[in-house]
Design a protein around this ligand. Sequence first.
Ligand SMILES: Nc1ncnc2c1ncn2[C@@H]1O[C@H](COP(=O)(O)OP(=O)(O)OP(=O)(O)O)[C@@H](O)[C@H]1O
Ligand SMILES: [Mg+2]
Length: 361
Amino acid sequence: MEATKDSLVNVYDEEVPKKNDIIKFEGVTKNFNDFTAVNNLNLTVKKGEFLSLLGPSGCGKTTTLRMIAGFEHPTKGNIYIDKAKTTNLPPYKRSVNTVFQNYALFPHLTIEENIGFGLKQKKLKKNLVKNKVKEMLGLIGLKEHLSKYPKQLSGGQQQRVALARALINEPQVLLLDEPLGALDLKLRQKMQFELKQIHEKVGITFIYVTHDQEEALVMSDRIAVMNNGNIEQIDTPEKIYNNPKSSFVADFIGEANILQLNQLDENQLSILDKSSMEYKNTMVIRPENIEISDSPLKNVDTINLKGNIVDITFVGAKVVIQCNINDFTLVVHSFNQNLYKSLKVNQKVYMSFHKRNITFV
Ligand SMILES: Nc1ncnc2c1ncn2[C@@H]1O[C@H](COP(=O)(O)OP(=O)(O)OP(=O)(O)O)[C@@H](O)[C@H]1O
Ligand SMILES: [Mg+2]
């Protein structure tokens, strides 16, 4: 087959994605004038996966998504969708749909018409469209609302309609750019579970952009943590949380105490195996893995640090305690409410953590 400029160019050589890969970025860079928004990105997304792009504002999440959708084109590198090189293919030729933060529903069309819009454009038979829309309304739990207009629905309901409108086209990949950003916390949490269930039901690949770490942890099969146009780590939520590869990832996901080993004395570090491959000069310890007590713990694999409490804050389910040790502050989270009553600011205490809870970055 002769490949034209806009057609899918199938190149079955070793650089092409594997059977189960739906998207592959190969050294993709996006510059806006002299600013690099995405920097030499390599990324593979598996078929049916729920992948989140997570990172602070301006790190390049939306730009990455827009390049998959075809709204932006890479300055350098290639993007493959389902084994086809799509780097410069226009959006309408890609089997990809996007759900945005602002629902972008058509205000003058009913919910039924909004959801069926894409299929009507494709000139599918009226009955077929009606049935498919019904199926979608069932999926998003809005069967009774089909003849309403968008403004007669709540934010969460409108977002579900936007989702159904994208899913009805049966794209290979659904791109979601902070779709829950405008919702309040409770509704957002409810929608996170709904989205996860919908993903499981439809089996389509979801690529989800968020700067909310909890959202990414709750929903994703894998998370790509982005910083300054780069992916710092791509892993399962558990690995990202328990084995962060850099201090940026450790600090961005959850809370972390990041210590330079020269802040501790040799005696305190004697339990660490310095010949280990894992051993590095910066260590991460999560606040919930630190125990506070009056005396050092006797376990041989435990580091005990002596310090002074500078703050105790009650935050509902947990108590947050800050302790000064030499020139740094350690944050401890405790779920023991009695501890809150028994501790005092300026009290001298031991903060202890097991070797297995240390991650070196
Ligand atoms: N069309 C453009 N022209 C110039 N600069 C741009 C353009 N689009 C994005 N940028 C810049 O590229 C960087 C990455 O933007 P992007 O929208 O991808 O960030 P983001 O990670 O989605 O952030 P947010 O969480 O705030 O949505 C930003 O510094 C942004 O200002
Ligand atoms: Mg964005």
